[in-house]
Design a protein around this ligand. Structure first.
Ligand code: GDD
Ligand code: MG
Length: 347
């Protein structure tokens, strides 16, 4: 699992929280990925390839026993890029390796991907998924037999020839890793994959049309919460119950507060009289939403205080933020941990 990036596009959220553990509701993101890997009997160990704030991640997952998987950590001395990280983390491995970008959420059938890889005796198998705009991804062209014929990372708009992109999930044969130089930053997308095509190696595509998202930008981070609340991706506590207002039994919602589903209110949160929560609001642990404040289509991390009559719309708040009374946040604001917005401020 490649989980060593700096998460720059999610800043300021990722200043103190590396991307693999940003919360989705009340669970660090990686948990959702581990749930998928756990379903594949053949996967007996997960290696987390880390660089940015590795200790924070290790503290959460430990040896993996709680998550139900064996987890090992490989920390690069300096960022080696996606290709360099794969080589560095796979040094002692002789078997086929499943590589997963640490920021994608999907329901792809990994066992079927591994099966295809074996059947085709491929050197590499890559999962592709269709998107509307491939410019933020790796564009991948294939032929009629499902072989990869071209890989173009972050294409310009005039270079778009198809809608299938690299979903960030591969099965690779380690005997190809000697093409990645040792201890040198190297990109799997820009160098390794194009080199496989150039040499005519068996490089196979598995096209997946189900749920897939890369959570690496504030828009997508918001969207994944919406998708779960609306039932487009099945995860607790919303599985099969879209439009649900989930209120933790350990939260306190005062009489006269208005809760509109779908929304999520975590342990220890206090919602005061006249406050409005939802739709599509996530209120983190121990947050206080004061009288007549309103939060909708927003994600609020733990320990924030939203003052009286304040309005928070279409925004993301890091931990321990303080929004003064009558303040209005209404423009895709993304606030880092401990931000203070003074009374009556408009953002
Ligand atoms: N260990 C390690 N070291 N991990 C890294 C490094 C590194 O130097 N650089 C990036 N990563 C990890 C990130 O943490 C992330 O989980 C994954 O590698 C991919 O990096 P991103 O920075 O998120 O790449 P991207 O989203 O722009 O593009 C990649 O993913 C797309 C799908 O989401 C590419 O693989 C695209 O081709 C692909 O379409
Ligand atoms: Mg990404």
């Amino acid at each position: 699992m490649l989980a060593g990036g700096k998460g720059t596009r999610l800043r300021p959220l990722t200043i103190h929280t590396p991307k693999p553990i940003v919360p989705i509701f009340n669970r660090p993101f990686l948990h959702y990925q581990l749930d998928l890997l756990k379903q594949v009997a053949e996967i007996d160990e997960v290696i987390l390839s880390l660089n940015y704030q590795p200790r924070r991640i290790e503290e959460i997952f430990g040896d993996g026993s709680e998550a139900g998987l064996s987890i090992r950590y490989v920390v690069e001395p300096a960022p080696l890029g996606t290709g360099g990280a794969i080589r560095y983390a796979s040094e002692s491995l002789g078997e086929s390796v499943v590589v997963f970008n640490g920021d994608v959420l999907t329901e792809v059938d990994l066992a079927a991907v591994i099966r295809l890889h074996r059947e085709r005796k491929a050197k590499a198998t890559i999962v592709l998924t269709p998107v509307e705009n491939p410019t933020a991804y790796g564009l991948v062209e294939t032929d009629a037999q499902g072989n990869v014929t071209r890989f173009l990372e972050k294409p310009n708009p005039d270079e778009i020839t198809c809608d299938t992109i690299n979903a960030g999930i591969y099965v690779l044969e380690p005997d190809t890793f000697d093409r990645i130089p040792k201890d040198t930053p190297w990109s799997i997308e820009r160098s390794f994959f194009p080199s496989l095509i150039e040499r005519g190696e068996t490089f196979v595509a598995y096209v997946y049309r189900g749920y897939w998202i890369d959570i690496g930008t504030p828009e997508k981070y918001m969207q994944v919460h919406r998708d779960i609340m609306d039932g487009r991706y099945h995860a607790a506590p919303f599985s099969g119950e879209s439009q649900r207002a989930f209120v933790s039994p350990l939260a306190r919602v005062e009489e006269g507060a208005h809760i509109e589903g779908p929304c999520f209110i975590d342990d220890g949160a206090v919602i005061k009289t006249g406050a409005r929560i939802g739709p599509h609001a996530v209120i983190g642990r121990q947050c206080h939403v004061e009288e007549h404040a309103s939060v909708e289509r927003s994600i609020v991390w733990a320990n924030c205080r939203i003052g009286q009559d304040a309005v928070v719309r279409r925004s993301i708040l890091g931990r321990h933020c303080h929004i003064g009374h009558n303040a209005v946040l209404d423009a895709d604001a993304v606030l880092g941990d401990k931000s203070v917005v003074t009374d009556y401020t408009r953002l």
